[in-house]
Design a protein around this ligand. Structure first.
Ligand code: KG4
Ligand code: ZN
Length: 404
């Protein structure tokens, strides 16, 4: 059996999880997550320095939750071990103080070492100040517990999130459709570790377009769930035909950017700008009504789905894949999940999606990716000594095809 403790701090969720792999099956032994959404809501988006501060405050309590779920071996760290561990937190002054205080307690929970093979931590892509908190924390724990660290790519983690459920039948070759706040990519996966990006957005990511469109419409952050809630409610109340008529009456139409282009490129910034102009034009007559806002949400989601499906169809025509793996925060969207599932049935492809609670950022997916690396012997483990750990850095723009 292999076991890892995973740390995720790339954006606005702080996550710690302990995950194991035995006889081909993955088990989540502990999972603690703290969302900062309420804090960032007032900024209308993720504010990196607030994210960094929050991660620093959240990590120790989340670790305590996870450790109390799995237990471990108590030990007495040497003074040198404590000092070196704290040195790794020099750039995280507040967390360093919290850890120092915790370590001074006679029965500190940090002095119970869990039975794990490695610490795995998100090293990118993401917000570098936020990534550094998790990385520095992993280094401090590695020194304290004398355990190696494995840096993980956040987007590979999103793909690995599907492994929390048993995957039947062959997975590869697969298309991974990654749709999140920072990414819109189609990745051709020949195996774990063999990734080529065959399509991506030229500008905004899908989630980013949702968030920006929501802001234009005066809806809350994050925009994805807000827009989706309104579109879903309208789809329940009216038939597709009725909704189309209502859109026509109100002059609400949005483009399907790059739907005809003979490539796998996306462009969602045009869709957001179209929402901006549409709202501006409608507001010339009067303030937007709730009905108009809901219709724009509906039309926006239709445009997103049509573009995603058209690009997947193009990918299927030009590349060979048996399965579709979908991942990233936007796949929490029930309508998009169902539309992609139906498409897979229509074109006879296997469909793998994460459980909804693992769609947005979490540490379980990072742990799963770590276990896949260990299992396939791809793991670039960094020793818990000073020399090994100094090689791990935050990589804000780390590309998925540069993982190995
Ligand atoms: O993967 P994620 O949690 O963070 C990044 O790595 O970016 O994705 C967050 C993104 C946000 O843009 C959010 O608006 C979007 O996922 N999102 C959704 C839904 N839930 C979250 N978009 C559409 N529909 C949803 N239900
Ligand atoms: Zn993410």
């Amino acid at each position: 059996m292999q076991k890892v403790l995973a740390i995720e701090t790339s954006c606005d969720e702080t996550g710690i999880a302990i995950v194991s792999l035995a006889n081909g099956s993955y088990t989540v032994l502990a999972d603690a997550l703290n969302s900062q959404i309420d804090i960032h809501r007032e900024f209308g988006g993720v504010f990196p320095m607030a994210a960094k501060r929050e991660h620093g405050q959240n990590l120790l309590p989340l670790l305590q939750i996870c450790l109390s779920a799995v237990g471990g071996q108590t030990f007495i760290p040497s003074q040198n071990q404590i000092e070196t561990a704290l040195t790794h937190l020099e750039r995280e002054v507040e967390l360093q103080k919290l850890m120092e205080t915790e370590l001074q307690k006679p029965d500190s929970f940090l002095c119970t070492k869990p039975d794990i093979d490695a610490l795995v931590v998100t090293a990118g892509p993401g917000l570098e100040p936020a990534l550094w908190v998790g990385i520095s924390f992993a280094k401090a724990l590695a020194t304290l517990w004398n355990i190696p660290v494995l840096p993980i790519n956040h987007m590979e983690g999103h793909i690995a999130s599907i492994m929390a459920e048993a995957v039947n039948g062959p997975l590869f070759p697969a298309f991974a459709l990654l749709i999140s706040g920072g990414h819109t990519e189609v990745v051709l996966m020949k195996d774990w570790g063999s990734y080529s990006v065959i399509g991506k957005t030229r500008d905004d990511a899908v989630g980013e377009a949702y968030d920006k469109a929501a802001r234009i419409l005066g809806l809350g952050y994050p925009g994805g769930p807000e827009i989706s809630k309104r579109a879903t409610a309208f789809r329940k109340d009216y038939s597709a035909q009725e909704l189309e008529t209502m859109c026509r009456v109100h002059n609400i139409t949005l483009p399907r950017p790059m739907i005809q282009s003979k490539d796998l490129d996306f462009s969602f910034s045009g869709l957001k700008t179209a929402v901006l102009y549409l709202v501006r034009d409608l507001k010339i007559k009067a303030e937007l009504t709730e009905e108009q806002i809901n219709l724009i949400c509906y039309e926006f989601e239709e445009a997103v789905v049509e573009v995603l499906l058209a690009k997947l169809m193009f990918a299927k025509r030009t590349h060979n894949a048996k399965t579709l793996v979908v991942a990233g925060g936007v796949i929490a969207n029930t309508y998009i999940r169902e539309k992609l599932e139906q498409w897979c049935i229509d074109v006879d492809m296997q469909y793998h999606k994460p459980n909804t609670h693992l769609a947005t950022d979490n540490a379980v997916m990072i742990g799963l990716a770590g276990l896949i690396h260990l299992d396939k012997k791809y793991a670039k483990l960094f020793a818990s000594d000073e020399k090994g750990l100094s090689n791990i850095t935050a990589r804000g723009g780390w590309k998925i095809d540069d993982v190995y």
